[in-house]
Design a protein around this ligand. Sequence first.
Ligand code: GAL
Length: 413
Amino acid sequence: MVAVLAVAALLGVSACGSGDDDTPPPSTVEVFTWWVEGGEKAGLDALVRQFTADCPGQRFENGAVAGGAGVNAKRELTQRMARHDPPDTFQAHAGAELIDYIDAGQIEDLTAYYDSWGLRGVLPADLVADLTVRGKIYSVPANIHRANVVWTNPAVLARAGITVPPKDLTAFIADLAKLKAAGVEAPLALGRDWTQLMLLEAVLISDLGPTGFSGLFTGDTDWRGALVAKAITHFTALLSYGNLDRDALDWPQAERLLIDGKAGYQLMGDWAAADLAAKGFPGYGWFTFPGNGKAFQWSADSFTLSTGAANVTGTECWLKTVGSATGQQVFNAAKGSIPARTDVPSTGFSPYQQSAMADWKSGIPVPSCAHGSACPQAWQTAVNAALTSYSSGKDGKILQSDLAQAADLFVRP
Ligand code: GAL
C-alpha cells in the first residue's frame, strides 16, 4: 500500500479519486471500426499490439460494430455524432466518403502531423490528394485494398474441368454454366446489397473500361447510356448463377459457401485473402475480375481524429502507429491489404499480397462506390437501395433509371 501511494505521489496522481484538479487525463482511446471477426479482427489485433508497444500508458478500447463494409457501423456513428458522443477515432474510406465528415465539421485537420511524421514523402501522391480537401489532410491511411478480385475454390473448379481463369466476361459466364452442369447449384457466392454493388461495379469496369467507369462518378459518363444497359444485362446473367438467399447474407456467410465447396467463385475485396486463410482455407485461388484488364479498383481504410475526442493525446499516438512503417507491416500482413506506404518491405506478405503490390504499381487505379472512394455515403445508400429492389423485381430498365437518378443528385454537369 505504501509503495502504491509513493508511486502515485511520484506520478502526481491523486489518491482521492476523480473530481479534483489532479484528475489524470484519459488514457483510453476508443477506436471505432467494423472489424470484428476473421482476418479483419486479426488485422485490428495486430495494430492494437503495435499501438500498445508504441504508446505506453494508453489503452485501446474497441468500439467496433459488426457488419461488412460498415453498413451498421456508419449508421451508429451518425447517431453518436448527433448526440456529441464521438469515438476518439474512426475508420473512414479515403476519397468521397471522407468529405461528408469534413463538411459536417466532425473531424480534425491532421496536416501538421503529416509534416512532423514525414508522411508526405512515403505515401503515394495521388492517395494524399484523395485525403486532402481544401488544402488540408484529414485522415491517416492504413492500407490499400483491392475490390475487383474473384476468389475461387480450386477443387470445385477442377471437378468441373476448369483449370484456368476466364479471359473475359463471356468465358466467365461459360465457366459458371459448366459448374452448374456439374451439379454446383450456386456457382457464384453472392451476398447482400453492397456486395451486389461490388459485382455490378466490376462488370461496369469490364464493359465501360477504367476511364468510362471512373467517369460515372464525375459526370463524364452517362448512366443512361447503352454500355450501362449492356453491363446490367451481364450483371443479371451473373446473378442467375448465384445463391437465391443472397439478400440475407453478409460477405463472410457468402464466403462460407466458397469454403464449403457449395460455390466455385466469389467476387470480393482482398480482405477475403486474409479471411480465407484465417478460416482454415489457405488454398484459395484468385484472379482479377474478367475483362477488368489492369484496372485496380482501390479503397483505403483511414483513421481520423474526431472533433471533440476525449483523448487527443492517445489518439495522436494511435494515428502515428497507423501511419508508421511497422504499424502498416503488421496490420496489412494480417488484413489481406497492402501497405499504403511505399517503403514497407514485401517480406512477410502472402503470395496474393505480393501480387497485389506488383499490380498496384503497374495497374490503372479506379475508385469504388461500394467502399467509399468514388461516391459519398448518401449516393452509396441510394445505389444499394436500387440494387435491393432490383434483386427482387429484376427490371433492368428500372435499375438503370434508379442508378441514373441517384447520380443526378450528386453530379453536377
Ligand atoms: C471495406 C473495408 C475493408 C473491409 C470490408 C469488409 O469497406 O475497407 O477493410 O472491412 O469493408 O467489411
